[in-house]
Design a protein around this ligand. Structure first.
Ligand SMILES: NC(=O)c1ccc[n+]([C@@H]2O[C@H](COP(=O)([O-])OP(=O)(O)OC[C@H]3O[C@@H](n4cnc5c(N)ncnc54)[C@H](OP(=O)(O)O)[C@@H]3O)[C@@H](O)[C@H]2O)c1
Length: 252
């Protein structure tokens, strides 16, 4: 029987690359994102039938619309996300709550819908696209970093809980990936300032994440450079360097 995946944020970047990868292997792929146009464009690139769910996953209503319309697939890739920059206290309560729900609370609600059914089937895979931000302090992106840390802790906890029931949970923690996320957040300068060797392609993130998931691993940091530097990520030196690289310079 054809295997089925549901990819949130499947219209762009990492989610779109995942959709191409799985469709190429003969999977049926269902996509959820906000913009119907972008969803349709991605669906048109893929072979075979694709079901699109245009929903706002930054709200409980949006997650409910998705879970009441879709059926639990063999694989969920909880990937939809944006980033927002702002020093502490400058995001409105509503902006902050939506960001936290999109990146953390909504992913928990989606997994709580799927996990009992996967458990009763005795198989299933869940992949959560978190971020390296869960491993290191991120000044001026504190809401993003805390939501990614929260969803990483949730994923790690259910990894052990669901493993004996045949359900695997893998959390992917990418660093910089060339997608639309930075432009969308007004962080155009990062494309020029962050050195080339720090950027991963969405396809590399997909390949390494999928391999880790199939091997039943709890976490994966895509990209050798990020894996090598992981032990130092929380250090003061690493943070000073990170801030220098990502600070917006006046002449850019
Ligand atoms: N790129 C990086 O450097 C990087 C690094 C670490 C982690 N990540 C994580 O990777 C994931 C994917 O991001 P990306 O880099 O691939 O960005 P992207 O190219 O901008 O794609 C983001 C996807 O999420 C969807 N999305 C955003 N807000 C949504 C909402 N409220 N409801 C439903 N869908 C929504 C977008 O659909 P619409 O366009 O329709 O809104 C789009 O399909 C995110 O969770 C991000 O935090 C990215």
């Amino acid at each position: 029987m054809q295997q089925r995946a549901l990819i949130t944020g499947g219209s762009s970047g990492i989610g779109r690359a995942y959709a191409h990868y799985l469709a190429g292997l003969g999977w049926r792929v269902d996509l959820a994102a906000q913009s119907e146009n972008r969803l349709m464009n991605t669906a048109a690139e893929l072979d075979g039938p694709v079901h699109c769910y245009p929903v706002d996953l930054a709200s409980f209503d949006g997650v409910q619309q998705l879970t009441s319309a879709a059926s639990v697939p063999d694989l969920i890739i909880a990937n939809a996300g944006i980033t927002k920059v702002g020093s502490v206290g400058t995001l409105s309560q509503s902006e902050s709550a939506k960001l936290q729900y999109l990146l953390c609370g909504g992913v928990i609600d989606l997994v709580q819908w799927a996990a009992p059914i996967m458990k009763s089937r005795g198989h299933g895979r869940i992949i959560i696209i978190s971020s390296i931000a869960a491993e290191t302090p991120m000044p001026n992106s504190s809401i993003y970093a805390s939501a990614k840390t929260g969803i990483t802790a949730f994923g790690r906890s259910i990894h052990s809980e669901l493993k004996p029931h045949g359900v695997s949970v893998t959390i992917s923690l990418p660093g910089y990936v060339r997608t639309n996320i930075h432009e969308r957040a007004g962080l155009h300068h990062l494309n020029r300032q962050v050195p080339k060797w720090m950027w991963l392609s969405p396809e590399q993130v997909v390949r390494e994440t999928e391999k880790a998931s199939l091997a039943g691993r709890e976490t994966i940091i895509p990209g050798r450079i990020y894996r090598l530097t992981r032990p130092f990520l929380g250090s003061r030196a690493a943070n000073t360097a990170w801030r220098a690289l990502t600070r917006k310079r006046r002449n850019l």
